[in-house]
Design a protein around this ligand. Structure first.
Ligand code: GTP
Ligand code: MG
Length: 199
């Protein structure tokens, strides 16, 4: 898919305030600092579209970006940011989970996982939450530029094994690096296929 247009539409603090354009939505979720906003920018070839930061907790609202006038990318705040207050974490989680369960046009949720970090309880819980709510999910490993090939494979296999303890089959997995623009074609092709199956 060629990205010819990507525009910020709005930030919402509640699913009720989200754009009502009736277009398919692809949401990016994962722990703070995993690289959600960076990946979104890499996919659309615009480093400045969604704000990124080396400090966790940058994205705080539900951000809708309209792509090629035909679908939305939705950048979400991270979960599991240890330095935020418990109250803040709880209210973000509620905002995210309500959006994910109420949104009528959610086509797919990408859970982003830092390839360097072993399976985390919070990620597996989130994956189970999506499964329980029958929300289509796919996993994108991020920051693969930081590891060698063998370690990437080892960590990916470890994660898959963990998933298969609860799931009958693993969701589709992608490897990516926003820094080195890896995974872009695979992820965009996957989205194209889903968009085509809707129309
Ligand atoms: P929150 O909005 O706080 O939840 O974070 P986020 O998941 O949106 O992360 P963000 O995209 O802001 O990136 C966090 C940090 O990781 C930044 O310093 C990015 O430059 C860095 N980063 C993101 N993706 C990659 C990657 O693929 N490779 C490398 N080396 N660094 C990355
Ligand atoms: Mg972000």
């Amino acid at each position: 898919m060629k990205i010819f247009k990507s525009e910020f539409i709005k930030s919402s603090n509640n699913y009720k305030n989200c754009p009502q354009d009736n277009l398919p939505e692809y949401a990016f979720i994962g722990r703070s600092n995993v690289g959600k906003s960076s990946l979104l920018n890499m996919l659309v070839n615009n480093k400045k579209l969604s704000k990124t930061s080396s400090k966790p907790g940058k994205t705080k609202l539900i951000n809708h970006f309209k792509i090629n006038n035909s679908f939305f990318f939705v950048d979400l705040p991270g979960y599991g940011w240890a330095k935020s207050s418990k109250k803040e974490r709880r209210s973000w989680l509620k905002m995210i989970k309500t959006y994910l369960t109420k949104s009528q046009k959610l086509s797919l949720v990408f859970i982003l996982i830092d390839i360097r970090i072993p399976p985390q309880k919070v990620d597996l819980e989130f994956l189970n939450f999506l499964g329980f709510n029958k929300i289509p999910v796919s996993i994108i490993f991020t920051k693969m530029d930081k590891l060698n090939k063998a370690t990437i494979e080892k960590n990916k296999t470890k994660f898959e094994k963990e998933i298969l303890q609860k799931w009958e089959s693993s969701p589709t997995l992608f490897l990516s690096s926003a820094k080195e623009k890896i995974g872009r074609d695979e992820i965009l092709n996957y989205i194209t296929d889903i968009n085509n199956s809707i129309n």
